[in-house]
Design a protein around this ligand. Sequence first.
Ligand code: ADP
Ligand code: 5GP
Length: 206
Amino acid sequence: MAQTHSTGSWPQWRGEGVVLVLSGPSGCGKSTLIQAFLARQSGFAASVSTTTRPPRTGEVEGRDYHFCDDETFQRRIDEGALLEHAVVFGRHRYGTLRAPVLERSAAGLGVIMDVDVQGAAQIRERLPAAVQVFILPPSAAELERRLRGRGTDEAEVVARRLAEATAEIGCWSAYDFVIINDDLDVAVARLEAIAEAASWRSSAFS
Ligand code: ADP
Ligand code: 5GP
């Protein structure tokens, strides 16, 4: 007689949305890459960070950041509302609200975020299912060209960010993947491939 197997323990895909964490030195193209990725991946949304930095011209509350004062930021930490937080470039505080990330992922939708290397290290401990991608500029010279070409920062800020880049790039090996952002279309395609593969990891099944 043919044997039939019980399907009681058949692996089930949980269908959770992938959480993509991107880091890389300022000017390497994280924002550009995220916007291009989101234009093609309607199932993903960018996590909106909270920060004590004042808004820049054109930035919109709730779209670019949740802007707040130091007191409010500290309250969020005390409440345990932040998945991670850090002082970036020695000046302002930035953090990721935990609830929107977890709720979106549980609903089967993807989340993509740009956090510095300190924040990514915290997420590695607290949300190991998140996929960490380091964005590497093709060269130091190209990084400098992009930072100056962006035209959003004063010369002194550019110099400080270039100095910080060396330390940030030194963290690349802690990440799951590295994408060299040379040709933007190639970089976006690689990020899409990583997101697709990540959703089929064995850990996505129970
Ligand atoms: P980050 O968010 O990492 O600080 P941006 O996305 O603001 O970096 O990019 C910095 C500058 O580099 C911008 O002027 C952007 O248009 C440019 N840039 C981004 N990606 C590329 C690329 N693949 N090739 C050429 N220029 C790029
Ligand atoms: P900007 O002030 O130029 O918007 O952001 C500066 C840097 O802060 C970004 O490149 C990014 O690496 C970092 N950053 C933005 N949001 C967060 C966040 O929520 N957490 C952490 N740790 N870093 C962030």
